[in-house]
Design a protein around this ligand. Structure first.
Ligand SMILES: [Zn+2]
Length: 245
């Protein structure tokens, strides 16, 4: 048998990636999908079937196969590939005469829903015994700085890639009879090299307030410039915080 293996991955005219093909006795046959693409498809869905999820809210890990959305086994573009459980792969690839089969649009929609959900869920902290572990690089959470006479709290929420919303309050004089002095923060700012920098509104005759937050795993260091007079008397956000959620 003459076996001639062509290029591993061929770029089509429209930029799509074709699956491996080989020549067997002069006839073109589909070969195995490149392992790199297969791995990418399997990892992104973590072996959940998007039809099980989209139709039944079933997020169980499934035995399954990689299906081609356009039913063309030669189109190995990752966008054209989806992991489906065996049952749904059969359903998707069968041609129904009487009833409406599952459409490519439905599978694409459910795939997007599933991948968005997996992306969200895998960014949540997990608990190992009683220790909560946050995914590497994730800074979301509630941070507190506690001391006898003053305390502060910062809620950090990542709202977009490399962008966070920060809501905070700081109290000074927590034991005072007339109540503590209060400072509040609520802003959105970019995250750069593990830091968030905020510049306050300009106040007449004063230097602009500046706050820099540096994240170190479950700690946060806050440094301030020109804090005097920006919040209530003696109120400051500076110091070391510990993530509690
Ligand atoms: Zn399924």
């Amino acid at each position: 048998m003459v076996l001639e293996v062509l290029e591993t991955v061929l770029g089509g005219h429209d930029g799509r990636v074709l699956a491996d093909i080989e020549l067997v006795d002069g006839a073109v046959r589909k070969k195995r999908m490149p392992q790199r693409i297969e791995t990418e498809v399997l990892i992104r869905c973590r072996r959940r079937c998007c039809l099980c999820y989209g139709l039944n809210r079933d997020l169980g890990i499934k035995l399954g196969q990689i299906a081609h959305l356009d039913h063309d086994p030669g189109n190995g573009n990752p966008d054209n590939l989806v992991f489906l459980c065996l049952e749904h792969h059969n359903v998707y690839d069968s041609r129904f005469r009487q009833s409406k089969g599952i459409t490519e649009g439905e599978v694409r929609h459910f795939r997007n829903e599933l991948l968005a959900l997996i992306d969200y869920v895998w960014k949540q902290p997990v608990a190992i015994n009683r220790v909560r572990v946050h995914p590497i690089g994730d800074i979301s959470g509630r941070y507190i700085r506690d001391a006898a006479y003053e305390n502060a709290e910062l809620q950090i929420d990542v709202v977009a890639p490399n962008r966070a919303r920060v809501i905070g309050f700081a109290l000074w004089g927590t034991n005072r009879e007339c109540g503590p002095n209060i400072g509040e923060l609520d802003f959105e700012a970019p995250i750069c090299d593990g830091k968030i920098v905020y510049t306050g509104k300009p106040l007449r005759g004063k230097r602009r307030y500046k706050l820099q937050l540096t994240f170190q795993q479950d700690r946060l260091i806050a440094e301030e410039n020109a804090a005097v007079g920006y919040f209530g008397l003696n109120v400051s956000f500076a110091g070391q915080y510990v993530r509690i959620e």
